[in-house]
Design a protein around this ligand. Structure first.
Ligand code: DUT
Length: 231
């Protein structure tokens, strides 16, 4: 079984427990808000498309924002794992280990494990892949989890990521999401821009500057950086 996949699923489960309460797999948060992971996926997909200058009438020569695309890919990954955990729970197919095992057998995972992609695909090909993920999540048919995961891993590769870089960015964003929840994200008191930078950018920099940092230490660094700007 792929250990990185298992760890990411465990971290996602913990983040969702902390954000939504322990019973989130039933489809409701502890505040009785309906959870719709498919909607989360297609809305993040729309944000992904915005990383490209897709409007044929505006800023037509602007280069794609690949850094932003990668962050959105990682956001969608949070939601795809959540949907998989919910689906396995609701259809009594098993728990996190079972999902990790199923994912470990996917051909598309092997291709991002082996070849480290550092190349970006052509803009239109990436947008088409994003739209495939969008249409699978918009569909009212029963969930095609294998297809969704396969399309997602293909997108990972097309965005210049591989399993190692996805893993590292995912752990960083997961910690930031937890940090946001602990600092008033739900009630709106959280401040997203720290000085002149967005929290996502600060997290990415701290994480990239210190490759040996452990997730707990990243959380502490975020706390320091936040309190330097936000009292
Ligand atoms: O139950 C939840 C709810 C959210 N998320 C994560 C997924 C994603 O990483 C992030 C999305 O939250 P939001 O849309 O508020 O933030 P964002 O898209 O990261 O904001 P921005 O792009 O402005 O940084 O929160 C979860 O993991 N579980």
């Amino acid at each position: 079984m792929n250990s990185k996949i298992l760890l990411m699923l465990q971290l996602q489960n913990q983040l969702n427990d902390a954000t939504n309460g322990d019973e989130w797999t039933k489809g409701l948060t502890k505040n009785d808000k309906v959870i719709n992971w498919r909607r989360c996926i297609y809305m993040e997909c729309a944000e992904m498309i915005d990383s490209f200058s897709w409007k044929h009438w505006k800023n037509i020569y602007q280069e794609p924002d690949w850094d932003n695309l990668q962050i959105e890919v990682v956001d969608v990954w949070h939601f795809i794992m959540s949907l998989a955990i919910e689906n396995y729970h609701q259809e009594m197919k098993g728990g996190i280990e079972d999902i990790a095992m199923m994912i470990s057998d996917l051909e598309a995972l092997h291709s991002i494990e082996n070849e480290g992609s550092e190349e970006y695909a052509l803009d239109n090909a990436v947008m088409q892949k994003v739209e495939e993920i969008m249409s699978l999540s918009l569909s009212r048919d029963s969930l095609e989890l294998n297809r969704l995961l396969t399309d997602f891993f293909e997108l990972v590769s097309m965005s210049g990521l591989n399993l190692d870089t996805l893993y590292r960015l995912y752990v960083g964003k997961n910690i930031l999401n937890q940090f946001r929840q602990d600092n008033g994200y739900k009630d709106g008191s959280y401040v997203k821009v720290w000085g002149s930078e967005e929290d996502n950018v600060v997290m990415k920099r701290l994480w990239e500057e210190n490759p040996d940092l452990k997730p707990d230490a990243l959380y502490k660094e975020l706390t320091k950086a936040y309190h330097a700007f936000v009292k």
